[in-house]
Design a protein around this ligand. Structure first.
Ligand SMILES: Cc1ncc(COP(=O)(O)O)c(C=O)c1O
Length: 478
């Protein structure tokens, strides 16, 4: 960062150009956050405060005059930090938000300071190339060749939207971009899909009534026989089967649809294959589950989110495509005010979003700092933790596993007890403040969902969590 020292500091008396204030504040913030991370395991994981109390804390008119930065930092320490959900806490095993890597935190700080806007090469030449390299790393992990491309997105929702739009444009030979859809296109996905799929199908104009929801087998994977029947039925009725969406790491159970069979079927039927590996993509770094995502490389587009199991701070999702040209075909409108040298890669010509955060920096820096092998070891530990819960519950009098964990997500169920009891147990555990887990419903039955995506969690935490689950269940069931 020495290179900025020759930049004129501007009016030293104005806070916004006072570099010294920035320097001091930056040091204070780093110290504050280092202390926070050092002691985060002792924090109450989820705050005991009501939304109304929080509203009151922040209830003030728009400040007209500035305040000393120290006072603002103090306010953060009293109003913000104590009432966070501490995803850095080793007991956080809930909705898929990882403990972020320290280098990723620093990367976001740097990204904000230099404020590159890599939608255009012109507002971030080196950022554009770093972004492309990072996408190529992800594409190689997926198993795609040199024609692959992609976009870093705000998350899996946007990545799934892009993948599904590519599928719609493929099926309509790009005419839907101009003429819209006529209600004849159909898409197929399992009942274990994430909700962003339904939203994307709506947004691209296919319509949710044209999303066929296919049942799953005992391991929550799409049933091939039911899929084949649905496609055949639709053809008979005059619909045009267009997109197959497969799950490679479903949100509930981490299940992986049979990717090789699905792709072979899709090829025969002329369907676009989009795989949602938003969470499960992390397994590509795992030794414990090497080969689990075999067939991913046969997809046309893949969602894989660094801000899930690559432990990047939000936001960093990604859509990776087998053939970069599909992105250009789908999005390549070039407004006259943005034209430039064809040698300069312009993300806005190959993607949906225009202005966006320089997201690759935190992914690139994490791969450089820790290496893919080390990140893979964290992932393997999270898998081992889910396996521990599986073993403990397999021989327990109160709790049973709903499935064998293929990833780090595991669902458990009390032998007796309705949805209400499952929710009460989880609420009580959240109230105690040492663990954060959630509930879900699988094939109409309640379950507890535990999902470590956290490099601070250990097997000891799983043993303790299991003991807590039993204790709270026994207390509340009567
Ligand atoms: C399988 C899967 N796909 C998509 C998403 C949506 O991702 P995001 O929250 O980053 O938009 C999630 C979120 O957990 C997910 O688990």
């Amino acid at each position: 960062m020495n290179t900025v020292s020759h930049v004129p500091a501007g009016d030293e008396s104005a806070p916004v150009t006072n570099v010294n204030e920035f320097r001091l504040l930056g040091h204070q913030v780093v110290d504050l956050l280092a202390d926070y991370l050092e002691h985060v395991d002792q924090a109450r994981l989820f705050p005991q405060i009501t939304p109304a109390e929080l509203r009151k804390l922040f209830d003030e008119p728009l400040p007209q005059d500035g305040t000393d930065p120290e006072r603002i930092l103090l306010e953060l320490q009293t109003k913000l930090l104590p009432y966070c959900t501490h995803v850095n806490h080793p007991g956080y095993m809930g909705l898929i938000t990882p403990s972020p890597t320290p280098i990723g935190i620093v990367a976001d700080f740097i990204a904000s300071a230099i404020n590159q806007n890599p939608f255009s090469y012109l507002v971030g030449p080196s950022a554009t190339e770093m972004e492309r390299r990072t996408l190529q790393w992800l594409a190689r992990l997926v198993g795609f060749g040199p024609s692959a491309g992609g976009n870093l997105t705000s998350g899996g929702t946007m990545a799934n939207l892009i993948g599904i739009k590519l599928g719609r444009d493929f099926a309509s030979r790009n005419s839907a971009q101009h003429d819209g859809t006529d209600g004849s296109l159909r898409a197929y996905v399992s009942e274990e899909r994430q909700v962003s799929i339904d939203k994307a199908i709506d947004v691209v104009g296919i319509g949710r009534a044209n999303l066929r929801i296919i049942p799953t087998d005992d391991e929550f994977r799409i049933r091939m026989d039911a899929l084949e029947t649905a496609v055949a039925e639709d053809r008979k009725k005059g619909f045009r089967p267009a997109i197959l969406i497969a799950g490679a790491g479903t949100t509930n159970t981490g299940s992986v649809d049979p990717l090789v069979e699905l792709s072979a079927f899709a090829r025969r039927e002329g369907l676009w294959v989009h795989v949602d590996a938003a969470y499960g993509g992390g397994v590509l770094l795992s030794k414990r589950r090497e080969g689990l995502l075999k067939g991913l490389e046969l997809a046309d587009s893949v969602t894989i989110d660094p801000h899930k199991w690559f432990y990047a701070p939000v936001d960093a999702g990604a859509v990776i495509v087998r053939n970069e040209k599909s992105l250009t075909d789908s999005f390549g409108i070039v407004p006259p005010y943005l034209t430039s040298d064809p040698d300069q890669y312009q993300f806005y010509v190959h993607g949906l979003e225009q202005s966006r955060r320089f997201r690759s920096l935190k992914v690139w820096m994490a791969f450089k700092r820790y290496g893919a092998a080390e990140i893979g070891r964290w992932i393997d530990r999270n898998i081992e933790q889910a396996e521990r819960l599986y073993e403990l519950s397999s021989r327990d009098a109160d709790i049973e596993p709903v499935h064998k964990p293929s990833m780090s997500a595991i669902c458990l169920r009390f032998h007796s007890g309705d949805a209400d009891l499952h929710q009460k147990v989880v609420a009580e555990i959240q109230r105690q403040g040492k663990f954060w887990i959630s509930t879900t419903v699988l094939k109409g039955r309640p379950a507890i969902r535990i999902n470590p995506v956290n490099f601070r969690t250990t097997l000891r935490h799983m043993d303790e969590l299991f003991g807590t689950l039993k204790e709270v269940y026994r207390k509340l069931r009567t």
